[in-house]
Design a protein around this ligand. Sequence first.
Ligand code: COA
Length: 416
Amino acid sequence: MSKALDHIKILDFTHVQSGPTCTQLLAWMGADVIKVERPGVGDATRKQLVDVEGADSLYFTMLNHNKRSLTLNSKTESGKEVLERLVKTCDVLVENFAPGALDRMGFSWERIQELNPRMIMASVKGFGPGPYEDCKVYENVAQCAGGSASTTGFRDGLPLVTGAQIGDSGTGLHLAFGICAALLHREKTGRGQRVLAPMQDGVLNLCRVKLRDQQRLKAGPLKEYSQYGEGIPFGDATPRAGNDSGGGQPGRILKCKGWETDPDAYTYFITQAAVWQKICDVIGKPEWKEHPDYATPPARLPHLNEVFGAIEEWTMTKTKYEVMEICNPLDIPVGPILSMKELAEEPSLRETGTIVEVDHPERGPYLSVGCPVKLSDNDVVVERSPLLGEHSDEILSEVLGYSADEIAALREAGAV
Ligand code: COA
C-alpha cells in the first residue's frame, strides 16, 4: 500500500528531541528520512541517559524510528559537496541547530534556494525574530518562556514544568504541520519556502486558554478557578490553577482507594452540569439536586471545595478503575490517573499500535510510542532507529550516485 509521503525525501539535519520528533512523524507517513550526523559522534542523544552500556540510548531510539543514518562532516570541502547534492535531491531540509549554525556551515536559505528552488527548509528555533532570537533553548526554557510554567502548579507554590514535552515534541508537531502545508503549496507553485516553528510560539499556542483567561480578568474574577470560591483575590496575570479544569466545567484530581501508598491512586472528576443530578445520587447527596446553593453551576462556584470534598469522600471508597466503571455508564466524565507502568502494560494500547515493542541489535527489545495519528491508508510499521552511519554507503550510492571509489575517497578525507 502506498503511503501519504512516500514520494518525499527529507534531509534530516535534526538532533536532540524537537526536530527528530518532527522527522519521525514524517517517516511514519512514508517519507524517506535521511538523518545526517557527524562521523564518530552522531546525535548527542545517542549517548545521553544511557541504560545499556555501548548501545544507543532509549532517548535516541525512541525519537528516530524509520530513518536512515548518513554520517557526514559538513564542514569539510567534500562533505559540503555531498550536502549540496543532498539539497539538490531532497524535498525538505529539516534542522534545529542553534541559530546561525547552518549559515556558518555555508548553507544559508539564499544558498539553498539557489541550489534547489523547490526545497522546503524547515527549522525549529527557541524564539522567533526579536530580542531572544539568538538564544539556545531546551524544553523547560520553552515551557517557561511560552506561558506554561507560570500557569502550571498551585497558586501558593512554584511555577511548574509539565511532564509532557510540549516545548520539544509539541514544536516538532507544529513543524510537521507546517512542512505538510508547504509541500501542498509547492504542488501549486513549484516553489519551496521557509517554515519556522519557534518553541515559544508552539508552547504559547498550547497555552491559548490561559491567554483567554488573561483577558477575561478585565471583566472580573475567574469564577471557575478554585481561588474564587476560596475568596482569594486575583492579581493582574492569569494565576496557577492547580488541577482546576481549564474549561467551564469544574474538575479536580481526587484521591481514590489506596492513595496512601499508591502515588497514582487518583481520578480526575468533572462536575459537568448536564449530569449533576446523577453525580448527587452517586455520591449520596440527593438533597443537593434541588438545594439553591448547589442546584445550578453558578450557585456551586463558591462551594467547589465543599462539593469536591464530598465527591472525594466517595471516590476514596473506590479504586480509580471502579470510579470509571460506575461513572462512565452514567456519562459522568472521569479519568484514572494512569502511571507509565500501567500504560506500558495496557493490552489495548498494544493492539492499536499506540505502544509498540521494537527489537534493536545492540539493546534487544524495548517499548516505544507508536505513531499517534492513524490514517486509514497509511499503516505504520515502527522500524528500529538506525545505527550511526548504518546507511551511509547505500545513500551515497543509491540516492546520490557516488561510485565505490568515490565513497572510499570521501571516507579517506574524513567526510563520511
Ligand atoms: N558536520 C559538521 N558540523 C556539524 C554537523 C555535521 N554533520 N552537525 C552539527 N554540526 C555543528 C553545527 O554546525 C554547530 O557548529 P557551530 O557552532 O560551529 O556553528 C555545532 O555542531 C553544534 O550545533 P548546535 O546546534 O549549536 O548544538 P548544541 O549542542 O551546542 O546546542 C541546542 C543544542 C538544542 C541548544 C541548539 O541546537 C538549539 O538551540 N537548537 C534550536 C532549538 C531547539 O531545537 N531546542 C530543542 C532541542 S530538543
